[in-house]
Design a protein around this ligand. Structure first.
Ligand code: SAM
Length: 296
């Protein structure tokens, strides 16, 4: 049995560089985080998102994190020592059945969690249940297929890029069909907020780009290079081979096409990695990470 906890492949150091702090400060004013007394981070993982918001929460604020993986909860508890002005609690629990009473929190939030769940609306409804009337529901979720479409790979012929876009879209949809989440869920969230009856629905996009300029001296660039090397060692694309194959087939992909597409997908990443190793690649990408909020 695979005992690797959920999302283990996605908790590399690059996650520390997802947001610009001044952008979060702006969001904290838009969201009036200084007024929040009780906050809940759903699917908190190691607490990366909680750590982003922590500097803007007022002293004495109760920050609770919940995740279904005990290992992440232990680690998040340990890391929360970095926020001594908050009263942090981390508990194990399912996003679909949050272990909290109705109307318990002023802020309920999550980052890259709806992309992993079978029924995002069920989770959102549950987050809304534990939010007090007037409280803020705020989620950060990506549109991952967009990142691949906007890569400016002029050295790669269009005819080689398009099959990989189709490959990714089939895999994403197959993963969703299997009930394992839809990794480009971000743009769908405002509509769900409306369906659930939230008011003051607003959406924004992170202003963070990922900039790789030789010689990659910044801590962020070094984290990106290490991640690219680690993914190459593990033959990891967006997912590992076995999962990618399952998703591709479930998304209507033809079995005989898989090997070729998998090889091409890895080759494209290796082409970039070769440029990183040669210290010649400069690459700025703009991940599409949406922030959506509304009031109960
Ligand atoms: C990609 S990680 C995001 C972690 C954190 N929010 C962050 O931004 O760093 C997704 C997290 O959601 C948790 N998770 C996935 N499905 C869940 C569920 N149904 N209930 C509770 N936690 C869940 C995973 O264990 C993992 O820690």
């Amino acid at each position: 049995m695979d005992e690797t906890p959920h999302s283990a492949a996605y908790f590399g150091d690059t996650r520390d560089f997802w947001w610009n702090r001044d952008f979060l400060e702006l969001m904290s004013r838009r969201w009036q985080l200084a007024e929040v007394r009780r906050a809940l981070d759903v699917g908190c993982g190691l607490g990366h998102w909680a750590a982003c918001l922590a500097p803007f929460l007022p002293a004495g604020c109760e920050l609770t994190g919940v995740d279904r993986e005990t290992r992440w909860i232990d680690e998040a508890r340990h890391r929360s020592a970095a926020h001594p002005h908050l009263r942090c609690t981390f508990v194990t629990g399912e996003a679909e059945r949050l272990p909290f009473a109705d109307d318990s929190f002023d802020l309920v939030t999550c980052q890259t969690v709806l992309i992993h769940v079978r029924e995002p609306v069920v989770v959102l409804r549950e987050m809304l249940r534990v939010l007090r009337p007037g409280g803020l529901l705020a989620v950060a979720e990506p549109n991952n297929v967009a990142v691949n479409l906007v890569r400016s790979d002029l050295a790669v012929p269009v005819a080689e890029i398009l099959p990989l876009v189709e490959f990714q879209m089939r895999c994403e949809r197959g993963k969703m069909k299997l009930g394992e989440g839809f990794i480009s869920v971000g743009p769908l969230v405002p509509g769900w907020f409306a369906e659930l009856g939230l008011g003051q629905i607003e959406s924004w996009q992170s202003d963070k780009t990922t900039m790789l300029l030789p010689p990659y001296a910044s801590a962020e660039a070094q984290a990106l290079v290490s991640e690219a090397e680690a993914m190459d060692r593990q033959e990891f694309w967006i997912w590992n081979r076995e999962d990618t194959r399952r998703y591709f087939l479930a998304g209507g992909g033809e079995v005989e096409k898989f090997e070729d597409l998998w090889r091409r997908a890895l080759a494209r990443e290796r082409f970039l990695l070769a440029g990183l190793r040669a210290r010649t690649l400069d690459r700025t990408t703009a991940p599409t990470l949406l922030l959506v909020s509304g009031r109960k």
